[in-house]
Design a protein around this ligand. Structure first.
Ligand code: ADP
Ligand code: MG
Length: 482
């Protein structure tokens, strides 16, 4: 696609994020909501909405929604109402989804996002509870589509943003922020590859300086940070081209094809009244008391922003390091486990942010897939603190830790990496070298300073590189001047 005159246009984006809540059971029934079990083994008659059954709301799902609301400083409604959203689809046998329209559980709130060094506030319009539908499987049989209803009735929190985002980068930054909030809260595993967090991106463009929004399209069901960025990028370019050729943007629902990196029209945009929403007759309005909200607030775990600040003050690390160490819940737990067991936390943080993460990135793994455990790193850092190993040796050990199933101690032995920092031991070696090189010693004493390096080299040679350079320097300075 040719490059449009992009500086004329401004993009406007709003995200609808679906977060799968990490409850044990479904939102209106007691069947489990595990991922990846045998098809159609965990959908009860309630999830299918068979005649005569009655849904019962899952208390945990309410608590999780309230937790989220409190963490974005949103108003929690005192009276939440569930509604039937009617539509037909093969993976929705009951013909409606229980969702919320008016009186969603979480009202207006906001979050701060990082955008290229600056902070920006993004408004959140609402967050409501709803049930997921089943899943159509198109590649199991050659000429049929199979339906798996395990996912039917899985609790979702749909988080709707204001159209406050102005670029694909901002959209990704916002999505990452929501991801980190829900995972730090422990209300979702946030696993995008399993669909635990997915989003619809609403995209429009307008002339710069114009107030009125343009017609928008909605790209459905995007399931990775990378695809969100790419799909929005593509859509902005496509819309710019359409508008610049004098045509209008049709309000529609589109699909992102990650193989072709393009969006395609799926259907014309549906509106709320197409769904014939009405209050769910089988669920009475849900009353939420101020005392309950207060009790949830008091139990709220530490959120990423608070943790970033605390790490800086507790461990004396800088903000850049703290942000990286809090980039995911696993990462922050990993770091804190180590921080609690080593003396020199600052140095440990530098190693983790630097060499350790470099190895993870090189191998394209995230922290939960690391071959190196927090115990391994504690071992490594203790050896560094006690001067048992040098910095280059620690680097080498990290690499071997990743590739082989050995402990730090085993690697030190196997690779002969133990550092000699015992002063008596080094003094003996140094005396021997000085005795063996009287000529150089005399030249040094009569002012040839450069020869200091020669002596350091000799010690390193003698010890096969395992002498602690700091101690060697100290002793050499003293002894050479005798
Ligand atoms: P619907 O109910 O049809 O999905 P909403 O008004 O609830 O529509 O908006 C859904 C999402 O679309 C929200 O995230 C909102 O910020 C976003 N949005 C609304 N108008 C625009 C627009 N013109 N351009 C981009 N995003 C928009
Ligand atoms: Mg929508």
């Amino acid at each position: 696609m040719s490059n449009p005159k992009s500086n004329l246009w401004e993009s406007v984006i709003g995200l609808e994020i679906h977060v799968q809540l990490a409850t044990q059971s479904k939102i209106f029934s007691s069947s489990p909501s595990k991922f990846g079990v045998e098809q159609n083994t965990q959908a009860s008659i309630i999830d299918l909405g068979l005649p005569g059954v009655l849904p019962v709301i899952n208390k945990k799902a309410i608590e999780m929604a309230v937790k989220f609301g409190c963490s974005i400083n949103a108003e929690i409604t005192k009276k939440a109402i569930f509604a039937r959203k009617n539509y037909f689809y093969p993976d929705l046998p009951k013909g409606y989804q229980i969702s919320q329209l008016d009186n969603p559980i979480v009202g207006k709130g906001s979050v701060m996002i990082d955008c290229e060094g600056d902070e920006k506030e993004i408004g959140i319009t609402r967050a409501h509870l709803e049930e997921d539908a089943g899943k159509s499987i198109h590649d199991k049989y050659e000429s049929f589509t199979a339906i798996d209803l395990n996912r039917a009735g899985t609790p979702l929190l749909e988080i709707v943003s204001e159209p406050d985002l102005r670029s694909s980068k901002e959209a990704v930054s916002y999505l990452k922020k929501i991801h980190s909030i829900v995972t730090f809260l422990g209300i979702s595993d946030g696993d995008m590859s399993q669909g635990s967090l997915r989003c619809d991106a609403n995209v429009s463009i307008r002339k710069k300086g114009e107030e009125k929004f343009g017609n928008r399209t909605e790209i459905k069901n995007i399931n990775s940070f990378k695809f969100v960025e790419k799909a929005i990028e593509y859509e902005i370019k496509r819309q710019t081209k359409v508008v610049e050729s004098g045509e209008e943007i049709i309000q529609e629902t589109r699909l992102y094809d990650s193989n072709k990196n393009e969006t395609r029209s799926m259907r014309s945009k549906e509106h709320a009244n197409d769904y014939r929403y009405f209050p769910e007759p089988d669920l009475i309005p849900l009353k939420i008391s101020s005392e309950y909200i207060q009790s949830v607030k008091e139990k709220l775990p530490e959120l990423p922003e608070q943790k970033i600040k605390r790490f800086c003050s507790d461990y004396l690390i800088n903000e850049y390091e703290s942000k990286i160490l809090n980039s995911s819940r696993e990462m922050s737990v990993f770091f804190e486990t180590i921080a609690k067991s080593v003396k020199d936390v600052k140095t440990a943080a530098k190693w983790i942010v630097g060499d350790f993460l470099a190895i993870l990135n090189k191998n394209n793994k995230n922290i939960s897939e690391s071959n190196i455990s927090s115990e391994d790193l504690i071992d490594l850092f203790k050896n560094l603190e006690e001067n048992n190993i040098s910095n280059p040796a620690a680097k080498k050990i990290l690499e071997v830790l990743w590739d082989q199933d050995l402990t730090v101690q085993e690697i030190i032995k196997k690779e002969n990496l133990e550092q000699i920092s015992n002063e008596d031991e080094l003094l003996k070696i140094i005396m021997k070298i000085i005795e063996e090189n009287p000529k150089q010693h005399n030249q040094y004493k009569s002012g040839k300073d450069k020869l200091f390096g020669f002596f350091v080299g000799q010690v390193m040679k003698e010890t096969q590189g395992s002498a602690d350079p700091k101690v060697v320097n100290e002793i050499l300075r003293k002894e050479l001047n005798q």
